[in-house]
Write a protein that binds this ligand. Structure first.
Ligand code: HEC
Length: 147
């Protein structure tokens, strides 16, 4: 009996330590961890920054069409439109690119893993102010699954 009790206590402590660590790594109030932001930065710099800028800040004049009628890459920080899309939709854009609306963004469906794609979202969301993140999470239902 004592042996079982001992194992049980070990498991409880283990779970407690694990959840504590896990929470500690979560960025305050956000869905992602610091590790996801680190990974996302690397993936973003290698795959996205040439168009969207190193800090997801390009292009400032994202509303103005290019000579060929297409739109330039919009900033993915909180200065443009990205915070209007729930997470599943952001994933869809990253997977399929801009083809659906005659855009120029390439799709990354078979180029990046899902973990890498999610991490890029964590990275550009790390440039969102808390007030935008809150609107995204609550009124835009950012974390809701696709219906
Ligand atoms: C060749 C340039 C290019 C690259 C590389 C690129 N994008 Fe884009 N991205 C665009 C353009 C242009 C748009 C606007 C839609 C369109 O015209 O395709 C866009 C739109 C988006 C949007 C929608 C933003 C909104 O406000 O609606 C997201 C999210 C996005 N890109 C994420 C990424 C991520 C993450 C990567 C890297 C994995 C990436 N993009 C790589 C050019 C690019």
């Amino acid at each position: 009996m004592k042996k079982y009790l001992f194992s049980l206590i070990t498991v409880i402590i283990g779970v407690a330590v694990y959840s504590f660590d896990f929470d500690k790594n979560k960025v305050d109030g956000r869905w992602y961890t610091k590790e996801q932001v680190y990974l996302g930065k690397e993936v973003f710099l290698n795959n996205c920054a040439s168009c969207h800028g190193q800090k997801a800040e390009k292009t400032i004049e994202w509303r103005k069409t290019l000579p060929d009628g297409s739109y330039p890459p919009p900033p993915l920080n909180d200065k443009a439109h990205a915070w209007h899309h729930p997470k599943w939709q952001l994933m869809q854009i990253i997977n399929k690119g801009g083809a659906a609306y005659s855009g120029k963004m390439p799709g990354f469906e078979n180029i990046l893993t899902n973990d890498e794609k999610e991490a890029t979202i964590a990275y550009f969301q790390s440039f969102w102010g808390d007030e935008f993140y809150k609107i995204w999470k609550e009124s835009r239902k950012g974390l809701e699954a696709k219906k």
